[in-house]
Write a protein that binds this ligand. Sequence first.
Ligand code: CA
Length: 282
Amino acid sequence: MIPVTAFSSYRIRTVRPGRAESGAGHPQQTYAESVTTNTASSAELGNRRILLVEDEETIAAVVRDYLVRAGFQVDTAGDGFTALEVATARTPDLVILDRMLPGLDGVEVCRRLRQTMSVPVIIVTALGTEDDRILGLEMGADDYVTKPFSPRELVLRVKSVLRRSIKDHTPEPAVQSAGLELDPASRTVTMLGSPLALTAREFDLLAFLMRRPNQVFSREELIKAVWGWDFGDLSTVTVHVRRLREKIEANPTKPELLKTVWGIGYRFDVPTEGKAEAVHGG
Ligand code: CA
């Protein structure tokens, strides 16, 4: 049973933009109008819809205000089941997902979102342990932020993740290799004709490597090129490589495509025809 009351109370609020307080504005200005007034400063990201999943109302209110002032449309949900319902109804461009939620926790919400959509997810975690971050990434999160966080930093992360997904919508040529077909226009990948369910970052990582076959990249290089981070937790790369292998390799423990080059990094191998058939044939 979905708690509809929570959905209603959290749904969409009419938010007065900060600039209206200068006097000449319209205090009753609706949210859609406030977005219009803000798009000039952030045209690239204008009108993007964020789903903010947070059970602590004070945090939700603060973060929502920051996002709205940055020009985003914001839906909020206070628990996991509501989050899934709102995500289905509103098809957000990005989800900010608190890790600890009543009922259905953030990791499970992320996992279920992944079954139906490839929306970028930023996990917000209060725990901040290595295990917790890796768990979030393994469940398909694209980024994570540790509580306590500065709302400004979170907004920057949101913009960074969105810019990446927008940039990726610029059509690039499709890539075919080793039974994999990667179509950047639709952001889909098939293996021998069967669609693969990849997260946004998994797609980005695979696309990057498939376009540069037989070249080795360190985790530092990959986190900069694929995530756009100048520094970051390198286990992020490790986790995504592992998840990709589970999806593209015939035997993920003995990868034939996404190879580890010990002490250096990772490489996408283009197998010879005979080898490809030996791996994937029959
Ligand atoms: Ca929480």
